[in-house]
Design a protein around this ligand. Structure first.
Ligand SMILES: Nc1nc2c(ncn2[C@@H]2O[C@H](COP(=O)(O)OP(=O)(O)OP(=O)(O)O)[C@@H](O)[C@H]2O)c(=O)[nH]1
Ligand SMILES: [Mg+2]
Ligand SMILES: [Zn+2]
Length: 296
């Protein structure tokens, strides 16, 4: 029968079939073929006795992410803060670039606004043009507007550990009691309180995936496609890309580069271009082993 993976934990997949939540193991072929079923996947399962099942097949995906590990989502909600922990804009830009590559919506939520209004981040992303909202899980500020942005959709909350992803879910739905963790003031970061990926159905009609926060990234999602599309994944660069003097301009240091000119004149936020340069450098090594054609 058909169902959707609602939760993944310790090698088990909890599949919602509409009638039951089956605890499933995946068939060995998934591991052999290098496919990881993800929360949000539509799957085919065989029901066994006592609420267990076997996961047989994963339906084609609309999109899939490694961090957070989810599939078929409508939008990524990137949660950030300028209180403790502070969010490095590079982390936002990196996640947003991958979301753009996969044609997935992006929303920026600035949490802990009871402590800090996050003016710097607000100005950057308002200028980029992403939907952006100041919220506070503590006081409830912004929750009504947030509901209107997420209802009727499947969203994945993502952001650095301790930024308040689980707290916002608790604030959105009074029936939720998700575990939240203290932030280490000495280290200025969260303690990785949420340890698994799970989809929640909210009373307001939204579906949201909560996931472990990140503190750094590995290189899994940095691939050739991202390298080739990088300038386009920075949405506010797009209108300048045809005006560079050189075709094939990398927008890093060239003469007559329209993107660099827009950065100089303040039309593109400087921090966004700095993130672009950092990603450009990270992606650079991919070229040598991936695009050189072998002579036959
Ligand atoms: N003052 C204030 N504190 C908040 C707010 N939101 C969350 N916190 C606190 O921040 C800490 C971390 O919150 P969590 O919800 O556990 O953060 P998380 O993003 O889910 O963290 P991980 O699960 O580790 O990724 C907790 O002590 C919360 O009480 C807020 O809007 N204002
Ligand atoms: Mg959490
Ligand atoms: Zn250029």
């Amino acid at each position: 029968m058909r169902g959707r993976i609602q939760k993944a934990l310790s090698g088990f997949y909890y599949v919602n079939t509409g009638e039951a939540l089956l605890t499933c193991r995946a068939r060995g072929k998934f591991r052999r073929e290098g496919i990881s079923p993800l929360v949000g996947d539509w799957v085919e399962v065989d029901a066994l006795d006592n609420g267990e099942g076997v996961l047989n097949a994963v339906e084609p995906r609309r999109n899939a992410f490694e961090r957070p590990s989810v599939a078929n989502i409508d939008q990524l909600v990137i949660i950030a803060s300028e209180a403790i922990p502070q969010t490095d804009p590079f982390l936002i830009d990196r996640v947003a670039a991958i979301a753009e590559l996969k044609h997935c919506g992006v929303i920026i939520l600035l949490n802990k606004c009871d402590l800090d209004r996050a003016d710097v981040l607000y100005d950057i992303y308002a200028q980029v043009g992403y939907p952006i909202l100041r919220v506070s899980a503590e006081t409830g500020e912004g929750m009504e507007q947030l509901v209107s942005l997420i209802s009727g959709k499947l969203s994945a909350f993502t952001g650095n550990s301790g930024v308040g992803k689980s707290s916002i879910l608790n604030a959105l739905d009074p029936t939720f009691h998700l575990q939240v963790g203290e932030v280490s003031t000495a280290l200025g970061r969260g303690r990785h309180t949420t340890r698994h990926v799970e989809m929640y159905h909210l009373q307001c009609g939204a579906e949201v995936v909560d996931s472990p926060g990140f503190s750094s990234f590995d290189t899994d999602e940095l691939n050739m496609e991202l390298k080739e599309q990088l300038p386009y994944t920075f949405t506010e660069f797009r209108e300048y890309l045809d005006d560079c003097q050189f075709i094939g301009c990398s927008h890093t240091k060239e003469k007559g580069c329209a993107v660099l000119e827009a950065v100089r004149s303040g039309k593109i936020p400087k921090s966004r271009h700095e993130s672009y340069l950092r990603l450009y450098e990270e992606l650079k090594p991919l070229e040598s082993w991936n695009t050189v054609k072998r002579k036959k």
